[in-house]
Each structure stands twice: as C-alpha cells, then as structure tokens.
Design a protein around this ligand. Sequence first.
Ligand code: PLP
Length: 387
Amino acid sequence: MSLTFNEELDRLTEAGLRRSMTVVESAQGPRVNINGRDTLLLCSNDYLGLANHPALKEAARAAIGKYGVGSGASRLVSGTMEPHVALEGRIARFKDAPSALLFNSGYHANIGAITALAHRHTEIFSDRLNHASIVDACILSRAKVHRYQNRDVDGLERLLKRSKARRKLVVTDGVFSMDGTIAPLVDVAGLLDRYNAMLLLDDAHATGVLGTHGKGTLEHLGVPAHPSIIQMGTLGKAAGSFGAFIAGDKALIDLLVSTSRPFIYTTALPPAACAASIAAIDIIEGEPQRRRNLLDNAAFVRDALAHAGFDTLGSESQIIPILIGDPVKTMTVTKRLLDRGVFIQGIRPPTVPDGTSRLRVSLSASHARADLEFALSMIIEAMNEQG
Ligand SMILES: Cc1ncc(COP(=O)(O)O)c(C=O)c1O
C-alpha cells in the first residue's frame, strides 16, 4: 500500500506538482518569522492587516472568558450561542441583506449553499475560473453544470437562453482568486430577470476590500440589491478571523438551516472567532483608510510589475499574479525569493489551468512602500535568474 502512495508522490514530484508547507513562526502580518528569519509576507489573504489586530484579539479573549473555547455541538443541537446570532445580525446589516447564516469556512458555505439550492432539475452556470469549492459543490449537487468561459457574459447568456431548467443558478467569484480580475456583475445581474435565474456571488476576496464601505463587488460596481442575488463572504481573509457566511433572503436562509448539510452536520464556529469577526466588521466599516492603503499598494505593485514587463493576467485588485507557466520554474522562483527574505507562494495546477503556473502576490494595507520596493527588486532579480 505505502509503495502505491510513494509512487503517486513520485509522480507528483516529477511533474513539479508536489506540495509542501512553509512554517510561519509568528502572527500573520506584513513581516513574519520563517526559519528564524524576518521575512516579507506577500501571499497572505489578511488584506487589511486585521489577523493580529488588538481589537480582534481583545474581542476573542473576552468571548473566551464568557463562553469558553468550544461551541460543543452543531448549531441545531446545542451549539447556537449568542456570538453566532450577534455576528449573523452584524453581517446582515453590513451586507444590506435581509438575513445571514454562518458557515465554518468559505469552502463549507459554497458546498452548503449550492447543494441546498441545486437539485436534479436545476442547471448551474459556473464561470470556468471559479474557486475549487464551487467546482466541488457543483459535482456534489448532481445538477446539470454548464461552465462558461471566464467572465464571458455573452457565452453565459447563450447557455441561459437554451436552458429549459425549472431552476437556474449562476455562480461566479466576485474577485477571481488566482487572477485578481473582477466579474462583470452589472451585465450578469442584468440577465437574472430576463432568464429567471438566481446568482450566487462568491465574494471571498472582495468582502472588506472593494466598495466605499467594503461591502464587496456589488457595491464596487454599483449593482443594486436584487432578491435573486445571494452573497457568500468569508471572515478568514480581509476580516482577519475565521468562518464564512451566506447572506440573502430570509426564506433562503431558513431553507439552508433545514437542508444545508455542511451547516447541519458540523460543530459550530468557536464563539471567540465570531466575536473577533464582529470587531473586524466594525473596523472594516469604520476605517476606510485601510482599504485605500491596500488598493494604493496594489496599484503601485501592478504598475511596477507591468513596467518591468511581467504578465499580470489583467489583475484589477489586491491579488496580482505573475505568469511563469512551468510549475517547476515557478517553485524555483518561490524558493529563490524565500532565500532573499520574500515569501510569495507559487500556484500550480490544478489550482490554475495547465501551463499557467504563476507567483500569486497578495497585498496588505499594512505593507510599507519601502517593503514593496524591496520585494519588487527581489522579484525582478529572481525572475531574471530564472530567465
Ligand atoms: C473564491 C474563493 N471562494 C472560497 C474560498 C474558501 O474560503 P475559506 O478559506 O474561508 O474556506 C476561497 C479561499 O481560498 C476563495 O478564494
């Protein structure tokens, strides 16, 4: 048996696709400790610098003092605690949604929403570059799945026009997690009434980041609230905490409570994570300067990389890919950068399509300009060495 495992591992190694983990010996932040060395971190989703923020830590400590550490059971058994309900109310207000429901992660939220909404008589229309959790959810749902080309609204409309399904569910990332591009939501939302379709928007990377108040991609693009738009957001990225949510119509949320398996059959989030998330949303709403710093940092890095001649795949956000293509070369550059004190993760298939391995730079509001200048010079050096 173990020989088979080793053979599989060898195959992954030969293809340059074997993965390993880098241990971080400090809190997430613009600089971290790796192997005892001060290292610039440019691959965390802690976009606003909240993961180690004193207000979040204090909220978590206070919640542990009052509620302890574990939530004890599923929400439907004995695990619904005051911080869960308070956070759901806070999220609904933040997202201008009638109601919200927590899930233990964005992965769970996508699986939970899509499998509850899509049945045998449903057709799902999913952008080709959607996150793996959406891909997995589509398979689990047993619905008929159409994958349209990335951000191709005409292609999506052609598929919707042909569909005779009783329920049609369009699913798209708001910000594409590996390209940093933004979905054409004005046009996608324009199709919903015409084709009697619902939209599940995965706003994992836009929640807290895009829009004047950090509400996400819809606010950024000026798409008005619509009863057929369901929003997913995560609390482990810009919010610096942990967990995720679905926000939408009250009847939808009630339906998820009764039918969504990743909600029903799992222990509830720790109360401290919920308390930290509430503190994070207060900061997201109250400190717009963080968002401005983040987006300024992103524009600075994008411009410098374009000027240096790198292909950033049309990135429009705080996620900036640097296309390399070959997985082995990509990981060699990642290692060379780490040796120079800069941690930027290489991303390979199946996370991205074959032939598009890349570095994925993600910025934080807390990066100093001098750090970014240093990182850029190291990126140019390491990429030139790789040829
Ligand atoms: C677009 C997208 N959706 C969902 C997820 C999953 O979120 P979480 O990390 O909370 O499970 C991610 C995170 O990697 C993501 O990038």
